[in-house]
Design a protein around this ligand. Structure first.
Ligand code: AOS
Ligand code: ZN
Ligand code: ZN
Length: 388
């Protein structure tokens, strides 16, 4: 059995992964949304479910909210509810993709009145951040066009800058704006923030408290995502991750499920670049559980991140560096692969037990009775995206 050094365990103890409230709601494809028994009926129940993930793993101390899906009468009350359950309210996600007015854009729209409406939505989100104590406003824009000639690409970048500047100016104190990029969908010809370069250019023009959000599912197949991670860390502009995994497009599957080696390589660059347990870099999940149970889906996800972090932490950096400097290609590659193939799961299980946590959080949750209870108590759970 592989053991993990005290230094590695101490680093792992500091790991925190933020859960998305929408992961607990029903979700699906445009073909069908299957309902899952026990699905939360309101944001309070989503937070209660997220707290179960944290209870089983001690890895998920905060929950991201999505506005308007998680609108409530009192955010002070929601915050207190979260704190009572041992979690905090985290990133606030805006939504400019479900309103008819935004058919041809929101922050980039040709019509100043529609841009104003979209800006005001973001200002409302910042008001909510004031009440929830959230640091980050995360902006993902569904804006783009479907046909060449449809839109003035250049004018839209200029308007985007103008709109983002107005939103950025409203941030106070430690609050930040993180801008997510995505190469396609829902638009299929051009997207206004399609890649890390565009996100970087836009946030760099705003200031120090504007950062890039990297969603692992938002790249063309074959993209070297860990290179982008390295570069953004090097530039001091990696604000957050939306972790998930994919086989085809933006599948939003469990992180580490499709390509554990890619997750390992990403985490290796995070560590190499000083991004681990660095408050400037938020680790979030952006996932949907269409056919599996949602709470175990989230437990499995945070465990996958922890496991790959542990493997990346045991890379022998001195040996790697020596091999790199001497040009020993195969030795360098072997150092990385040795760490990746080391099964640290038994060591992680033993370490959890030492800390009073379940050795097997998946089994502990299954035995806890929580799932049966919510399936009995909750009737008519909501769909992510349409919930109260
Ligand atoms: C969309 O593809 C993005 O990944 C966003 O992060 C989005 O806001 C999130 O999935 C919630 O809908
Ligand atoms: Zn995302
Ligand atoms: Zn996405």
């Amino acid at each position: 059995m592989s053991t993990l050094s005290p230094a590695v365990l101490q680093t792992l103890e500091g790991q925190a992964i933020e859960l998305p409230s929408w992961a607990f709601g029903n979700s699906g494809t445009r073909f069908k949304v299957f309902t899952t028994p026990g699905t939360p009926r309101d944001p309070y129940e989503k937070i209660a479910d997220a707290a179960e993930v944290n209870r089983a793993t001690a890895l998920a101390p905060s929950v991201a909210l999505h506005i308007p899906w998680d609108k409530v009468d009192s955010y002070d009350d929601l915050r207190k509810h979260a704190e009572d359950l041992g979690v905090a309210l985290g990133t606030i996600n805006s939504n400019t993709f479900q309103d008819d007015d935004y058919k041809f854009g929101a922050l980039t729209h040709e019509d100043a009145a529609i841009r104003r409406k979209a800006i005001d939505h973001h200002l409302d989100c910042i008001d909510i951040m004031d009440a929830t104590g959230s640091r980050d406003l995360k902006i993902w824009l569904a804006e783009g066009s479907n046909y060449p000639g449809q839109a003035d690409l250049r004018g839209r970048q200029d308007r985007l800058h103008e709109s983002l500047s107005t939103i950025y100016a409203r941030l106070t104190g430690e609050q930040r704006l993180v801008l997510e990029y995505k190469f396609f969908e829902p638009a299929f010809y051009h997207t206004d923030v399609p890649d890390w370069g565009t996100s970087y250019a836009q946030v760099a023009a705003l200031g120090d408290r504007a950062m890039v959000c990297l969603d692992t599912g938002h790249h063309a197949p074959g993209t070297n995502i860990e290179f982008i991670v390295m570069q953004l860390l090097r530039l001091g502009k990696l604000g957050s991750f939306d972790f998930n995994s994919r086989f085809y497009a933006d599948d939003d599957l469990i992180v580490g499920a499709a390509d554990p080696f890619q997750l390992f390589r990403i985490l290796f660059e995070v560590i190499r670049g000083g991004g681990l347990n660095n408050p400037d870099v938020a680790f979030m999940l952006d996932q949907c559980h269409n056919v599996e149970k949602k709470i175990p889906g989230q437990i499995r996800s945070v465990l996958n991140v922890q496991e790959m972090t542990a493997r990346a932490l045991i890379v022998d950096h001195d040996a790697l560096r020596a091999a790199q400097v001497s040009g020993d290609v195969l030795a360098a590659n072997a150092v990385l692969m040795d760490a990746f193939y080391t099964d640290i799961r038994p060591a992680l299980a033993a370490w959890r037990e030492d800390r009073g946590l379940p050795a097997d959080p998946m089994a502990a949750y299954a035995a806890s009775g929580y799932q049966e209870k919510i399936e009995t108590d909750r009737v008519g759970g909501v769909q992510a995206g349409w919930g109260a």
